[in-house]
Design a protein around this ligand. Structure first.
Ligand SMILES: [Zn+2]
Length: 174
């Protein structure tokens, strides 16, 4: 593992035992040249993916649109440092690291680091909420995402120690 990651873990108070309990896979950050700004989310933040995933995402989004369904991008690529900041925000609010790690991966273990994961939301609905599963967008994805080689990473009751995330999809076509 990257030396930067050891330092990040230390700062966050992530210990040997947290890493032992972790059931998520390690994801290396791509080189900057591999990343593409594909779109902007509704907050105006760039939505970034690696090229192959960007292509598959655009095709899937277009196909959904042709069926009258809008798949809106939220988070794509996220760096180790960005992951650290997300966790620090929760620590500052007084939450325990063990609780935080049920919905935010240990830096190094988020699929978002790979530039192949997308958080999707539906127009007018809150982002990153379980109610995404009751939208047309989710119904469409459940039916069609596999044709574009995207899969749901954290289904309900998954054995990875991560909460149910109907909005989080990962590109497997590499
Ligand atoms: Zn996600």
């Amino acid at each position: 593992m990257d030396i930067v990651l050891f330092e990040i873990h230390e700062v966050l108070g992530i210990q040997e035992q947290h890493l032992k309990d972790n059931r998520l896979s390690f994801h290396q950050q791509p080189q900057v040249e591999e990343l593409r700004v594909v779109d902007f989310d509704f907050e105006g933040k760039p939505f970034v993916l690696i090229s192959e995933t960007a292509r598959a995402w655009s095709q899937m989004r277009q196909a959904a649109l042709e069926d009258g369904v809008a798949l809106l991008p939220f988070s794509g690529f996220r760096s180790y440092i960005h992951q650290k900041i997300l966790i620090e925000r929760h620590l500052k609010n007084g939450r325990r690291i063990e609780d935080i790690l049920t919905h935010i991966a240990i830096p190094g273990f988020s699929e978002h680091h790979s530039g192949r994961a997308v958080d999707i939301h539906a127009e007018g609905k809150p982002v990153l909420e379980e109610e995404f599963e009751r939208t047309d967008a989710f119904a469409w994805l459940t039916e069609n995402a596999n044709q574009f080689e995207f899969r749901l990473s954290y289904p309900r009751g998954n054995s990875l120690g991560i909460i149910y995330e109907p909005w989080h999809w990962f590109y497997t076509g590499l």
